[in-house]
Design a protein around this ligand. Structure first.
Ligand SMILES: CC(C)=CCC/C(C)=C/CC/C(C)=C/COP(=O)(O)OP(=O)(O)O
Length: 244
């Protein structure tokens, strides 16, 4: 969701007003997706690197995160929306972390429409966290059965095999396991970088870079990228199937 500060500068507004408008644009986009029948939407709201920004800006984004949680909780009372927060939530303050967990718990049973907000997220951090988690699981398995006194080579090979960390382990243990890999990744603000967002999950995604700043994204931008995706649908499906 790039271009919030540039939008504020262009409109001669104070910096925080760009993020206010950005939060409103996100909520609107979630509603458009719901109405258009898009099943999953994932937003990159705050990266771990963003903690290096000015304290006042970090605080502003955290305040907006809280407001978005309140609005999403109200929407979820009347619509079957599942809300996930993906990232290292331990880096959030305790109040926000509790709110995030409460909202995830309250909407966990829904599946018709899934909104995932990435906070305190970086893809590289997610990969490291997932590898650590997978090692812990395999170590547990190893210490549980590894003391067997069976000298049989076949059994040893099978044990070795079971101790190996596989692709499925890494994918299962990622924060992003809560939602499928995206068909489309949209970046606003004329950027052509991934900025540590979903590198693992976007190998076969359509990348759409919009020159529009995030607060000005609207339903027609969404429709246009969905149509672009549909025109190349056969290609994307083939690529995904090849991976299976
Ligand atoms: C759910 C939630 C917390 C929503 C908050 C609002 C929001 C849109 C946050 C995005 C924050 C962010 C770091 C954007 C990227 O840079 P930039 O847009 O600040 O700067 P740029 O104009 O320099 O690209």
């Amino acid at each position: 969701m790039d271009g919030n500060r540039r939008y504020a500068k262009r409109k001669l507004l104070e910096e925080g007003a760009g993020h206010d408008a950005g939060a409103m644009a996100l909520l609107n986009l979630i509603i458009y997706c719901y109405e258009l029948g898009v099943k999953y939407i994932t937003a990159y709201a705050f990266s771990i690197d963003n903690f290096r920004r000015k304290p006042s800006e970090v605080q502003k984004i955290m305040d907006l995160l809280k407001e978005c949680m309140t609005v999403l909780a109200k929407i979820a009372k009347h619509h079957p929306i599942k809300v996930n927060f993906a990232g290292n939530l331990e880096l959030l303050n305790a109040e926000l972390r509790d709110e995030a967990r409460k909202l995830m718990g309250a909407t966990a049973e829904y599946s018709k429409f899934v909104v995932t907000i990435c906070v305190c997220y970086c893809c590289t951090d997610d990969i490291v966290h997932s590898v650590e988690e997978s090692c812990r699981e395999k170590h547990y398995y190893h210490s549980y059965i590894g003391d067997s006194h069976d000298d049989d080579k076949d059994n040893d090979d099978k044990d070795d095999e079971r101790h190996m960390i596989k692709l499925v382990d890494i994918e299962k243990n990622m924060y992003m396991a809560v939602t499928p890999d995206p068909d489309i990744l949209i970046r606003t603000g004329d950027g052509h970088r991934l900025s540590n967002f979903l590198q693992w999950q976007t190998c076969h995604s359509l990348l759409a870079s919009l020159s529009t700043d995030w607060p000005e994204i609207g339903v027609w931008h969404l429709v246009k990228v969905v149509l672009d995706f549909q025109q190349n649908y056969d290609y994307f499906v083939r690529k995904k199937l090849q991976r299976l």
